[in-house]
Ligand binder design. Structure first.
Ligand code: NAD
Ligand code: MG
Length: 392
């Protein structure tokens, strides 16, 4: 029996994870669930999956959850320390890190330091603290399995895990596929006016609002380039982004002998979730088998960096190193939130991120305190720029 903690259980990844777990009750047992708001949804999940512990964002939410769960033996807590506790508890084996954004870093790191099996969806954690996170995984003998569909595909296409550096295993390129999001073919000059609803309407994937906007700007792919760098020890030059609008090939690895290995499947996150949960075994995920004969043409293009400046900014941050990716990530989180609140326009997102990157120094990412300080400074700088933007 594998005992599981799900951080961010009410989100898109959290719900898909519970869907897979519900198919295999004899193999998996839920130890703890967390959510930020959405207390009623978390209460329903607790009634179905009977975890020992549940964690929410605030004291008020905790009181509300306790009231909703009266009579059930669920220990209710709130706040970051409690999230770290359920991630590191000796009573759990596996942690699904599916909180969105920088808020997920501390509990994911706590899981790494406790030597857990970590299923990592929360890419922002790795973008912010890549070296420190990977060091913690190695030092504490944690197992890190990628949930992001592209990284899960690369993982499946690499020889014997990513233990060997790409240079030693004959890898010529990591080909990170990208759908291009909802605005791949929209006239560039009309992008100023797109609404949050349009930006969140992804053609292939159903996801949370933040990652949906990131997909529309292609910052998501930029964050994924940085994520791939850390997960697979690949330098920026080895990682190539390929636009593939159908999202059938989830990424590829190209080898020096001319071979290209790919992982294909219907675009449904339950596939990488089931893969990582059962690894190295395979379990059913509820996803329909891919029918290649009904699929039509698969297309591939080079990305247009003028249309998607966020992708170039992320490559810049990766090359700059140190706390530059944390700076990029924090500025982006503030800008996306402001866009979703309709305080800034869609194209303001890349402008805000660029200005924060241009106007702020980055330093060495020696410890988590340095990363969090950079994160805080970037949020401040981005908020000031956002406040100065007057919408017409
Ligand atoms: P979501 O917005 O649907 O869910 C986010 C979850 O995090 C919710 O349970 C929410 O309660 C919790 N949360 C939000 N803010 C929090 C805070 N401050 N403190 C604690 N908990 C908080 O997001 P999602 O789409 O499920 O994405 C989660 C993560 O997985 C993101 O990092 C995203 O980039 C990554 N990811 C998602 C997908 C996808 O298909 N949805 C694919 C690949 C990677
Ligand atoms: Mg992805």
């Amino acid at each position: 029996m594998q005992r599981i903690t799900i951080l961010g259980a009410t989100g898109s990844i959290g719900v898909s994870t519970l869907d897979v777990l519900a198919r295999h009750p004899e193999q998996y047992q839920v130890y703890a669930l967390s959510a930020h708001g959405r207390v009623a949804e978390l209460a329903a999940q607790c009634r179905q999956f009977r975890p020992q512990r549940a964690v929410v964002g605030t004291a008020e939410a905790a009181a509300e959850l306790s009231r909703l769960l009266e009579g059930l033996p669920v220990d209710v807590a709130y706040g970051e320390a409690a999230l770290c506790e359920i991630a590191a508890s000796p009573d759990t084996d596996t942690v699904m890190a599916a909180i969105v954004g920088a808020a997920g870093l501390a509990p994911a790191l706590a899981a790494a330091r406790a030597g857990k099996k970590i299923l990592l969806a929360n890419k922002e954690a790795l973008v912010m603290s890549g070296q420190l996170f990977m060091d913690a995984v190695r030092e504490h003998k944690a197992t890190l399995l990628p949930i992001d569909s592209e990284h899960n595909a690369i993982f499946q296409s690499l020889p014997s895990q990513y233990a060997r550096a790409p240079g030693e295993s004959g890898v010529a390129k990591i080909l990170l596929t990208a759908s291009g999001g909802p605005f791949l073919n929209r006239a560039v000059e009309t992008l100023e006016a797109v609404t949050p609803a349009e930006a969140c309407k992804h053609p292939n994937w159903s996801m949370g609002r933040k990652i949906s906007v990131d997909s529309a700007t292609m910052m998501n792919k930029g964050l994924e380039v940085i994520e791939a760098h850390w997960l697979f020890g690949a330098p920026a030059e080895l990682i190539e982004v390929v636009i593939h609008p159908q999202s059938v090939i989830h990424s590829m690895v190209s080898y020096v002998d001319g071979s290209v290995l790919a992982q294909l499947g219907n675009p449904d996150m339950r596939t990488p979730i089931a893969h990582a949960l059962a690894y190295p075994e395979r379990i059913a995920s509820g996803v329909a088998q891919l029918d290649l004969t009904t699929m039509g043409a698969l297309q591939f293009y080079q990305p247009d960096y003028a249309r998607f400046p966020c992708l170039a900014l992320a490559f810049d941050a990766l090359r700059a190193g140190g706390t530059a990716p944390a700076l990029l990530n924090a500025a982006n989180e503030i800008a996306v939130e402001a866009f979703l609140d309709e305080r800034i326009g869609f194209r303001d997102i890349d402008r805000v991120v660029r200005r924060v990157m241009d106007e702020n120094e980055h330093g060495a990412a020696d410890d988590i305190a340095a990363v969090m300080a950079q994160d805080a400074r970037a949020r401040q700088a981005a908020s000031t720029i956002v406040a100065g933007i007057v919408r017409h």
